[in-house]
Design a protein around this ligand. Structure first.
Ligand code: NAP
Length: 311
C-alpha cells in the first residue's frame, strides 16, 4: 500500500463511544487537535449541552472541551480514527468518504475481521492502518467514558515501515502502542481467542472462569480453530492457541466477556465479524469445522430468542 505524507495533524474521531472517547480525550489532553464527528445536529446539540467529553481514570473525572462537528461538515479529513462497532464502520466511513483527502490516514479500531477489509476497499484514496486493542473502556453516560482496563494497541498496514508522525502523536498522548508488520496475525489470534471463549460464556451464561467446567468443549473448539487458521494460511496465529485460551480463562476468571455483556445489556453483538467470520473463512477454504458452525447456530438462535440482531 502506498504511503503518502499526511498534510494535517488534526485527528477526526468517527464514533464518540467508549474507545473513540478514550482516544479523543488522551489526544486532546496532550494538546493535539481533535474533532469529534457526530451523526447529526441533534447529537451535536446534546454534546454541546454536556460541555465536553468526560474521561474517568483512576477515580478522577476530567472534562475535555473537544470541538465537534456533524458528518456533513466541509472540513477535509487527513487523519481519521474509526471507532464505531464493526457492523457500523463501513456505513459510517461511507458517510464521510468525500471529505477524506488523498493519502488520508485512517485508523480502524474494530474488533474481529471483515469490517476493515470492507472499509479499505471503499476508500482507495486513503492509507488504512489496522489496530488491535486490548485496552478497555465503557460509557457511564452519554459523552462520558471510564478507562476500565490498561492494555496495548498494535498497529500495522501489512508493511514494515511505520508512519513516524502518527506514532509520535500516540507517544505524545501516552497511548501505548507498537507498529507491527504482523497486524493480521494479531487480529486473527485475537479473533480465535474470542471465538474460543466469548460465545460459550453467552450460551452457558457464565463468567470466563466458569468455562473451566467445560474444559473438553473449549479444547475441542481450540483444535478446530487451529485447523481453520492453518487452512486459511494463518498458522502463526494458531500456534499454542489452546494454552493461551487456558491462560486467558484463568487471568480473566472473574470477568464477564464483552459478548456476554453485550447480550446481558440487550446490545447488538459483533458476531458476524467474530465467530461468523471464522465460519465463513472455514467454508471458503474447505476446512471442516462442525463445532464452530454448530456454535454459531446456537448463538444465532440464542440472540433471536432474546430479540437481538443475530448478524
Ligand atoms: P461503542 O461504545 O458502542 O461506540 C461506538 C460509537 O460509534 C457510538 O458512539 C456510536 O454512536 C458511534 N457511531 C456508530 N455509527 C456512527 C455513525 N454513522 N456516525 C457517527 N457515529 C457513529 O463501541 P466501543 O466499545 O467503543 O467499540 C468500538 C470498537 O472497538 C468495536 O469493534 C469493539 O469491539 C472494539 N473494542 C472495544 C473495546 C472497549 O473496551 N470498549 C476494547 C477493544 C476493542 P451512538 O452512540 O450514537 O450509537
Amino acid at each position: 500500500m502506498a504511503q503518502f505524507p499526511v498534510k494535517s495533524s488534526v485527528w477526526h474521531i468517527l464514533g464518540a463511544g467508549s474507545l473513540g472517547s478514550l482516544w479523543a480525550t488522551r489526544l486532546a489532553r496532550a494538546g493535539l487537535p481533535v474533532r469529534l464527528l457526530l451523526r447529526d445536529q441533534t447529537r451535536l446539540d446534546t454534546y454541546t449541552a454536556k460541555g465536553g467529553l468526560t474521561l474517568s481514570e483512576q477515580g478522577q473525572r476530567h472534562v475535555f472541551q473537544i470541538s465537534a462537528q456533524t458528518l456533513d461538515d466541509p472540513e477535509p479529513i487527513h487523519r481519521l480514527l474509526v471507532a464505531c462497532k464493526a457492523y457500523d464502520a463501513e456505513r459510517a466511513v461511507a458517510s464521510i468518504a468525500s471529505r477524506l483527502a488523498t493519502g488520508a490516514q485512517v485508523l480502524l479500531l474494530q474488533n474481529g475481521l471483515g469490517s476493515q477489509q470492507a472499509v479499505v476497499e471503499s476508500i482507495s484514496q486513503a492509507h488504512c492502518v489496522f489496530v488491535s486493542s486490548t485496552e478497555g473502556a465503557f460509557r457511564d453516560d452519554d459523552f462520558s467514558v471510564v478507562f476500565a482496563g490498561q492494555g496495548f494497541n498494535w498497529l500495522g498496514d501489512g508493511q514494515q515501515k511505520a508512519p513516524s508522525e502518527l506514532l509520535t502523536a500516540l507517544e505524545q498522548a501516552g497511548i501505548p502502542h507498537e507498529w507491527t508488520p504482523d497486524i493480521l496475525d494479531r487480529l486473527w489470534r485475537k479473533l480465535a481467542l474470542n471465538c474460543a471463549v466469548n460465545p460459550l460464556t453467552v450460551l452457558h451464561g457464565c463468567r470466563n472462569g466458569e468455562l473451566r467446567a467445560h474444559a473438553d468443549e473449549v479444547a475441542a473448539l481450540c483444535d478446530e480453530l487451529v485447523a481453520v487458521l492453518t487452512g486459511c494460511g494463518q498458522a502463526a496465529a494458531a500456534e499454542g492457541l489452546h494454552a493461551e485460551v487456558s491462560r486467558v480463562i484463568e487471568a480473566t476468571a472473574a470477568n464477564y466477556s464483552s459478548m456476554y455483556q453485550d447480550v446481558a445489556q440487550g446490545r447488538r453483538t459483533e458476531i458476524s465479524y467474530l465467530l461468523g467470520y471464522v465460519c465463513d473463512a472455514a467454508e471458503l477454504h474447505n476446512v471442516d469445522a462442525p463445532l464452530l458452525h454448530d456454535l454459531r447456530q446456537q448463538l444465532v438462535s440464542h440472540l433471536t430468542v432474546k430479540g437481538l440482531p443475530n448478524d
